[in-house]
Design a protein around this ligand. Structure first.
Ligand code: ATP
Ligand code: MG
Length: 149
């Protein structure tokens, strides 16, 4: 697991862009962290870093946004309103999971039981100062080894 601290939205976006280098086809990126923590800011950089030019916003009403580039396709979910398996099925999550697209899920707290074992966990928490964010990133087991839950 790696830990980063950012001090502004643009720094979080820059971190997302850097992180794109570690992203592979078929990855599931699971964002944890409450309202306004910077999940979408991170996604803006990530999508750019994957070579896709798209307008990245929280898929609040659509539930899922699709960004298609030459090399990668990204499905960006907002799980804020997802509370049942039926809700989750209706987003197409399980269909996209079988493709080689990259899936990114804001509010993964709501779908924790449905995440694959090798999901990449991206946990964003508030830091000491108002605009500080502590961002922990780890893949599946590696993340839990460091957190012990
Ligand atoms: N270090 C930081 N990183 C990211 N955002 C920051 C930071 N400091 C302040 N902010 C502010 O926090 C907000 C983050 O918004 P963003 O949409 O990225 O969050 P989010 O986690 O996707 O929220 P939501 O759960 O509502 O979708 C923005 O208003 C941004 O300016
Ligand atoms: Mg968001």
């Amino acid at each position: 697991m790696k830990q980063f601290i950012t001090h502004s939205a643009s720094e979080t976006t820059a971190l997302g862009e850097l992180f794109a280098k570690d992203c592979r086809r078929g990855d599931v990126l699971a964002f944890f962290g409450g309202l306004g923590m910077g999940k979408t800011s991170f996604m803006k950089g990530l999508v750019k870093g994957l070579g896709i030019s798209a307008d990245v916003t929280s898929p609040t009403f659509s539930l899922v946004n699709e960004y298609k580039g030459e090399k990668y396709t990204v499905y960006h979910f907002d799980m804020y309103r997802i509370s049942t398996w039926e809700d989750l099925y209706s987003t197409g999550f399980f269909d996209y999971l079988e493709s080689d697209a990259i899936l990114a899920c804001e509010w993964s707290e709501n779908i924790e039981n449905a995440l694959p074992e090798d999901a990449v966990y991206i946990r964003i928490q508030r830091g000491a100062l108002e605009n500080d964010r502590v961002i922990d990133i780890g893949r599946g087991e590696e993340f839990y080894e460091d957190f012990g839950d």
